[in-house]
Each structure stands twice: as C-alpha cells, then as structure tokens.
Design a protein around this ligand. Structure first.
Ligand code: PLP
Ligand code: ZN
Length: 455
C-alpha cells in the first residue's frame, strides 16, 4: 500500500459524502449528485513541485511498466491505491503535441499546437480514462467483487476503448450503440475485441437510459462518464500538455465537448497541478460544440444562469451528438474557474475547418474540426490574440471517420465543400495524364499561396 490515498466524494458542496473507490457506486447515495475522485493532498505535498516534475519526466515514455504510460506515469495523482499487478495498460497517453505551423500561419497565429490524443491504442482520447476504470475493475474482481461484465452506452469511441481494455484484461464487455449513428471503424472495433455488441434503434441518450437500468444489477459494472474513475485518467491530458511545453502553461486550450467529461477532467488536472505548485496560473479553456448539439453553448449565452437539455440533432461530429450531458455541472464549474468560453460550429464550418487543416498536413476528425472551427471564429472575433499560445485538443484519429471525409471531397454533404479534392478518372494514357497535370499546375502555380480559412 502507498502512503497516498483517494476516495469518491460527492460533488455537491452541501453534502460531500465519501465512499471508498472499490464500492460499486456512480451517484451519491445521500443526494444523487455525481461523485468525483478526491485525493488526500497532504502526503502529495510532501514532495515538492520540482521533485514531481523530475519524477514525471523520468518515467515519461520509458519502458518501466506501468510508469511509461502517460497515465500511470502519474499514478500517485490518479489511482494511488491500485496494485501494479491489476493495472491494465496499453501504453496510453504520451501522444504527440504537434506544431501546426502552416495552419497557424493561415490563421495569423504565431504559436499554435495540436495535441493529437487520437494517436493512441483505440484511436481516441477515451483510452486515457478507460485504462483507469478497467484497472480498478480488475482490482475489485481480484478482491472478490462479483463483477461479470463491464457495460457502456456509447457514441462509438467509449465502446471501442472499453472493448479493447477489457479484451486485454480478459473481462467481458457489453456495449450499447445507437444503430446507424456511428462510423464503420467504431462499430468494428468492439466487434473485433470480443464485446457483446448491442445495436439499438435509438440515439445515444436512449442507449444511456437503457444501460443505466441494466447496471442496476451490480454484477454489470457501468463504464459511462458518470463513473468518475475515467476522469482521473483523462485529467492527465492537461498535465501532459504542460509537461510537453517544458512546464509552461499555454494561454488557451480548446477542446470539443459532448458529455463534458473531458473538459471537466482537463480542468481537474490543471487545478491539481496548481494546488501542488507545479504551475502558478491557469489557461483559458474553450469548449467547442456542434451547433446541432449545443446545450452548453446555449447556457453560456445566458451566463450559465440556467441549463436546459436539448434533443441533439444529427451531426457529422457524432461522438459529441449529445443533448443531455452527464457532466454539465462539473464542466460549468471548471469553465467559471478558467475564464471559459463556449463556441459552436455548424456542419459546414466544422467540415471546412477539418479539410483546411488536412491541407496543411493534419488528418482531422470531425470533432477536431469543431474545435478548429471554434478557433478560427474566436481569432476572427479578436477573442484569441495572434500572439497567444493556443493548444487545440484533437480527440480522435481521422482514420476513424473517413466516411464523412469522403463525402466532403465528393461534395455530397449538402453544402459547399470549400476545399474539395476529387480524384480525376482517366484512361491509362500518358497524354491524357500529362494534360491534366499541366492544367492543374497552371491553376495552382505555387503551393505556398495559402487559402483563407472560410472562403
Ligand atoms: C467522447 C468524445 C468527445 C467528447 O468528450 P466528452 O467527454 O463527451 O465531452 C469528443 N471527441 C471525441 C472523438 C470523443 O470520442
Ligand atoms: Zn451527496
């Protein structure tokens, strides 16, 4: 056992009830609020900030199991009580922070970075949280808890992550997916990893309602984001960004938001860094939402005075097609502390932003497109300054979402595709090819003429 400790704590300040991490519990028994993992900070403060930084740097991407993982390299801050023998890790985290120089220049930004969280085992940032949840489940099973399976409702990426971590641990997973609303890649992932895949004729919010009731049976453990264990892993994203920037806090971090667990986690990690003296200021946090699934944006417009769930409309950013976000309270609390902004992007804006980013050497998924479109709009509005250091969190790998990219370039999305690049079909004749090449190069004399963001 380590000297460090953590427990579930009710997020309602008037309640604050505490439960051990090996209890099967998702909401407070006293008041029904969400729980969060609270760490005993006193023992953590025994090590000074410099010593934590050195420790994290020494472990980072090393082959020391499990500490080479971006999440488990910060184990004392995440899940200190877990036995290393129960850690289920696929070497998550440690994703590249990419200097988006050319895209930044087009926008007139001097210092733009993209955190490529999709360059990871299952192709989305959901790995960061799932390694923690599945490890805790493995520990509880080893202590004799009668858990037979782990279940989730998903917009696609949560189920892919759950299925692959459960497969690595030898635990059965059960995933509930909205029929015809996720990409082929997202569907084949849990199938390949041996999950019980249930395709329901409803949307995400509908799947969520069903899985909550299924998990009333305590032998089926619920992996959705009301389960605050996932936040502990996801909170490493902000810590890792600061570490990668030589412990300097960027000015702005932009993140796409659906269920709003990720933004809550981002803020939680940064607050913990400040508490333990690793940083002394906070970045501004921007949540980017799809216009068709924008309940947080609407609440932000009213200064967060009220929040009303909506029926989410169909968006290409399918992983954030959520009208009733579970973690809204946590997210609003974070945004208030981080001078937060919420921006939205239409289908046309998110698609063109992703396509423009691709033209400068990225391969952005639609959710990253939402974040990039928000960036473009905030720069245009002067709310992000040209000299500011901005980090955009790219939440999934573009290869998971090629259907919408193909339709974009075929100009079949129902709005103008500003950067469509259609393949040219030709007979296999040198003359025909030479002519088309010559004409194309005439039209585009220099690769260095940058197109404007929104044409
Ligand atoms: C889950 C997900 C999000 C949104 O995260 P929330 O915690 O639901 O706000 C964004 N992008 C991708 C690719 C995701 O899988
Ligand atoms: Zn409570």
């Amino acid at each position: 056992m380590s000297q460090y400790s953590a427990a579930f704590q009710c997020i309602n300040p008037h309640c604050g009830a505490i439960y051990p991490l090996n209890r099967i519990i998702y909401n407070c028994e006293k008041c029904g609020s969400l729980l969060e993992v609270a760490h005993d900070l006193e023992p953590l403060k025994q090590l000074d900030a410099k010593a934590w930084m050195r420790l994290f740097e020494n472990r980072y991407k090393s082959s020391q199991w499990p500490y080479g993982s971006g999440v488990w390299g910060k184990k004392e801050w995440i899940l200190p009580g877990i036995d290393n023998a129960n850690v289920v890790s696929l070497y998550e985290g440690g994703t590249n922070l990419f200097w988006a120089e050319r895209f930044g220049k087009i926008l007139g930004l001097d210092d733009l970075w993209i955190k490529l969280c999709g360059n990871t085992h299952s192709g989305s940032f959901k790995d960061l949280g799932m390694t923690v949840l599945v490890s805790q489940v493995k520990q509880m099973i080893s202590e004799g808890a009668p858990i037979r399976a782990v279940a989730c409702a998903s917009t696609g990426d949560t189920s892919a992550a759950l299925a692959v971590y459960c497969a690595a641990a030898g635990i059965q997973s059960v995933v509930l997916l909205p029929k015809d609303r996720i990409s082929i890649a997202q569907l084949v992932q849990p199938i390949a990893n041996g999950a019980l895949v249930l395709s329901l004729d409803t949307d995400f919010d509908g799947c969520m309602q069903v899985v909550r009731e299924i998990a009333e049976d305590e032998t089926i453990y619920l992996a959705n984001s009301m389960n605050s264990l996932r936040v502990e892993g996801q909170k490493t994203v902000g810590i890792e960004i600061v570490q990668q920037l030589e412990w300097e806090v960027p000015d702005v971090i932009i993140i796409p938001g659906g269920n709003l667990g990720n933004v809550s986690a981002l803020g939680k990690g940064l607050l913990m860094m400040r508490e333990l003296g690793l940083i002394h200021r906070l970045p501004r946090i921007v949540v980017a939402q799809a216009e068709r699934a924008n309940p947080l944006y609407r609440s932000y417009q009213k200064g967060f005075a009220t929040f009303e769930p909506i029926q989410a409309g169909k968006t290409l950013a399918s992983a954030i097609q959520i009208g009733n976000p579970v973690s809204v309270e946590k997210a609003i609390r974070i945004l208030k502390q981080f001078d937060g902004i919420v921006e939205q992007a239409s289908e046309e804006e998110l698609s063109n932003a992703a396509a423009l980013a691709d033209k400068t050497g990225m391969f952005a998924c639609p959710h990253t497109g939402v974040a990039l479109a928000a960036l473009i709009k905030l720069v245009d509005a002067g709310r992000i300054k040209k000299s500011e250091r901005v980090v955009v969190i790219s939440t999934a790998h573009g290869l998971k979402f090629i259907e919408s990219k193909i339709r974009y370039h075929e100009e079949r999305l129902g709005f103008p595709s500003a950067y469509a690049n259609k393949p040219v079909e030709l007979p296999p004749k040198v003359d025909a090819v030479r002519e088309v090449v010559a004409r194309a190069l005439e039209r585009q004399p220099s690769q260095n003429t940058a197109p404007g963001p929104f044409p």
